[in-house]
Design a protein. Structure first.
Length: 494
């Protein structure tokens, strides 16, 4: 990625600040509880949900194992349909490609479909530096952009804002970006949506270049698929003359039939709908380039790596690449609900961000080293994931990487990471525990000594353990160890 947000502290410090914001916590609690309750009802309608989940996992795992083959097949199919494929190894290369493509059209503004990949690489900022204005057309992304803010949720980027805050943003900022908001604008959702519609309509009709991502790419046919709820994506994908799609290489699926699975699981897991209001698919150029035609006259697909092949090299961590960006894990996560998305310092917040960002960016920065610890390991994220990503397993795996170091692939090269600073006491404790557990006699002696001295046991741990007991009570030491009880009751010393 292009890096963490400027000046972003490690997760514990950022989260500590966020939980003091009562308005933020109220906004998050209301939104996440509403979405997850609706999702639960929607998923319960399908008797074969578990089979769909397993099928989605199987398709994704198969694709990742053969990603090289399917990407080449995709390139061939897109090219045959009249599109042009570009390969971007990192964010800088992707931004350079898109900027050059826009400049070649002679235009100085673009409209954008909501895209995590373009946020990941900082495309808007790169275009702005080149004198090109990028206008977000998704309602929530528009709110974030007008408010000079950052997204805090995968599906609902402005989840941290309430209606009154959105009204104030529209009133003060819309005029500097285009059509101003009505003077008497209230905070009724219908009024806010209408103000956004009128503001964006002039941009849709004027802009000749659009930038999008894609939820899926079909290797078999070269088809791009975008799922959305507002219709802004359909406008961006059909009206402009040039369409540029920036898509992570993990978004490919082998065949058109594979979409049958994900077109059922993604809507229910994200917006709790049986199907998305708008599902747009396109293959290459529009059906006609004449005056009465529809669709772009030029289509460019930018395939983005940016750390994905490094992630693919990790047998445990690669399952994060199955993610279909539904955001279900965020809505059930007790940590996200209290800390919000900004504390993660990434465009990928919540449980999936805690395992994806440290793999795409590495664990060299303070915030990336802290993200695997931004979890209670309760497992709720795994239970709701529609492609069965075992997020707790990857979190523990990444914690080991941070604390112990070890071999990892970065930039396509196998390197050995040194343990992160601040984990010396943890490593010493783990080594002591391993030594004790490897010698049963020493363990038994330690248990008996601890039992006899139980009256002296502290209520709080000193040193590095102090923060743990700030919010927890140490368990009472029993008068007799389990081993001694077993030997006394069963007469067996083993």
């Amino acid at each position: 990625m292009t890096g963490t947000y400027l000046g972003m502290p490690a997760f514990p410090e950022a989260a500590r600040e966020a939980v003091r914001d009562e308005v933020l916590r109220a906004n998050l609690r209301h939104a996440t509880h509403t979405i997850r309750d609706k999702r639960a009802r929607s998923v319960a309608e399908l008797a074969d949900w578990d089979r769909l989940r397993a099928a989605g996992k199987a398709v994704k795992d198969h694709t990742l194992r053969h990603l090289d083959r399917y990407l080449l097949q995709l390139e061939e199919a897109v090219t045959a349909a009249g599109g042009t494929v570009h390969w971007a190894a990192d964010a800088d290369e992707a931004n350079r490609i898109v900027t050059d493509l826009v400049r070649a059209t002679g235009e100085r503004e673009v409209v954008k479909v909501k895209s995590m990949a373009t946020q990941e690489i900082g495309l808007n900022e790169a275009l702005e530096a080149a004198g090109i204005a990028a206008y977000e057309t998704d309602l929530a992304e528009l709110i974030v952009q007008l408010g000079h803010d950052r997204p805090s949720h995968i599906l609902v980027p402005a989840i941290h804002r309430n209606r009154a805050e959105i009204r104030d943003i529209f009133r003060t900022e819309m005029g500097s970006w285009g059509r101003p908001a009505p003077e008497a604008l209230g905070d009724d959702p219908r009024e806010l949506a209408e103000a956004a519609r009128l503001h964006l309509r002039e941009k849709f009709l004027r802009s000749r270049v659009a930038v999008s991502g894609a939820n899926f790419m079909v290797a078999e046919t070269g088809t791009m698929v975008v799922l959305e709820s507002e219709g802004n994506g359909r406008m961006c994908l059909t009206l402009p003359e040039t369409l540029i799609s920036v898509v992570g290489i993990e978004k490919v699926v082998p065949t058109f039939r594979d979409l049958e699975i994900f077109l059922q699981t993604l809507p229910r897991s994200s917006t709790a709908e049986r199907m998305n209001p708008y599902t747009t698919m396109w293959t290459g150029l529009g059906p006609s380039r004449g005056a009465d035609g529809d669709g772009p006259a030029a289509f460019h697909l930018v395939l983005l790596d940016n750390g994905r092949t490094d992630t693919l090299a990790d047998e445990t961590g690669r399952q994060a690449l199955r993610c279909i960006r539904c955001s279900a894990c965020l809505n059930v996560c007790p940590v996200y609900e209290r800390a919000g998305g900004h504390a993660y310092g990434s465009v990928y917040p919540g449980p999936i961000g805690a395992i994806l960002s440290p793999q795409l960016r590495g664990t060299g920065s303070e915030i990336d080293a802290s993200l695997p610890y931004a979890s209670t390991l309760c497992g709720a994220c795994y239970e709701v994931c529609p492609v069965a990503i075992d997020i707790p397993e990857v979190l523990v795996h990444l914690r080991e990487r941070v604390a112990q170091g070890g071999p990892v692939t970065r930039g396509g090269v196998r390197v050995t990471l040194r343990p992160a600073d601040g984990h010396t006491a943890e490593r010493a404790a783990m080594r002591a525990a391993r030594l004790l557990l490897d010698h049963p006699g020493a363990l038994r002696a330690g248990e008996r000594l601890l039992a006899r001295a139980r009256r002296l046991a502290p209520r709080r741990l000193p040193g590095a353990g102090r923060s743990w007991t700030d919010s927890r009570e140490l368990p009472t030491v029993p008068a007799e160890s389990f081993r001694d009880w077993w030997a006394r009751e069963r007469g067996d010393t083993q």
